[in-house]
Design a protein around this ligand. Structure first.
Ligand SMILES: [Zn+2]
Length: 332
């Protein structure tokens, strides 16, 4: 009887310890996640995880048997030691795959005044395909500067395309302008025309390029001269497709409660983008949401610099919105 009790206790002890071994298997996964977060985005860090540390060989039953007792007297003869090993213990490397981000770039209209590049960041994590476009209007600098900064963003899921500066002529003019003299407004020219005016041709190439990426969502980075309560579109996000209104409302709520927004005009949602804008035309053609972020330049005299709402703050707002979209947008 005493032997049976001791035997039962040992088996229980062994199960408890094996159970602990089971729980400790999560540690390498956590380590992998941390390393992934800190690693450069273009580096495959899968080799940093050491799968051998969680193989079942660390829980050999013989280590649980007191040295003063022989295993043969305590273990039931009908049960081989190996049958005590949980079948759920992983025998291979952790199931969590290290994040890999593959970067590539494609240049359009190369060698012309309208040359532009689209950067592609493809992760090995499932998620939506995003397309971010900035600089359709050259003097809306917070938009295209945020777009340029996205080339250093630590992408974590899905696929993200970034076209930082769509209207190169307007953005590189001194000073930057909405569109250069002699041409026309690019954001009234979509979907464009391959045999049309210079602006229509550029609109056509951009529109086709975005379509070829087959995005699930487009983020369109702009600025306005005034806030929405002063006759402008500033401090807003424009959405054409009503079925994404609830999602946008929750996103705006979260954004407006961020610490850096404490002394700023809260952002609101607007609709009805104009004919010829990338927002209206792409939404209508492909039935996917296009969100136009309109920071507020707050420049009554239409100067480039805003004394009231500094460029740095507006870039911060653009980047914060982009991050919210990248983190929260899900396919419906
Ligand atoms: Zn604009």
């Amino acid at each position: 009887m005493k032997r049976l009790v001791i035997g039962a206790l040992l088996i229980l002890s062994f199960m408890v310890i094996v159970g602990c071994q089971n729980t400790t298997t999560s540690t390498p996964n956590q380590t992998t996640t941390l390393l992934t977060t800190l690693a450069p985005i273009t580096t495959d860090v899968s080799t940093t995880a050491d799968p051998t540390t969680i193989t079942p060989t660390t829980v050999v039953p013989t280590t649980l048997i007191p040295s003063t007792m022989t295993s043969t007297t305590l273990l039931p003869t009908t049960m081989a030691p190996t049958t005590l090993l949980p079948t759920t213990l992983p025998t291979t490397s952790p199931t969590t795959t290290a994040l890999v981000v593959t970067e590539s770039v494609e240049t359009y209209l190369a060698g012309t005044l309208d040359e532009f590049s689209i950067y592609k960041y493809e992760t090995n994590v499932p998620g939506p395909t995003f397309f971010i476009i900035g600089g359709i209007h050259g003097n809306e600098r917070a938009g295209w500067m945020a777009g340029l900064q996205m080339r250093q963003y630590p992408f974590e899921r899905g696929v993200v395309y970034v076209l930082p500066v769509a209207n190169k002529r307007a953005a590189t003019a001194e000073p930057p302008v909405r569109y250069v003299s002699g041409l026309s407004d690019l954001n009234r020219a979509f979907p464009g025309n391959a045999s049309g005016t210079t602006t229509q041709k550029l609109a056509h190439v951009i529109f086709q390029a975005i379509a070829s990426c087959e995005p699930d969502i487009v983020l369109d980075l702009h600025e306005s001269r005034f806030s929405y309560d002063s006759g402008g579109l500033g401090d807003s996000i424009i959405l054409h497709l009503p079925r994404y209104s609830l999602y946008l409302d929750s996103l705006l709520y979260e954004f407006n409660h961020m610490a850096f927004m404490a002394d700023k005009q809260p952002f609101t949602n607007l609709n009805a983008p104009p004919t010829g804008s990338i927002n209206k035309e792409f939404s209508d053609r492909y039935n996917i949401p296009v969100f136009t972020i309109e920071t507020n330049r707050n420049t009554p005299n239409n100067t480039i610099e805003s004394e009231i709402n500094p460029l740095e703050d507006r870039i911060e707002q653009q980047l914060a919105f982009i991050k919210l979209f990248l983190d929260t947008f899900e396919l419906s």
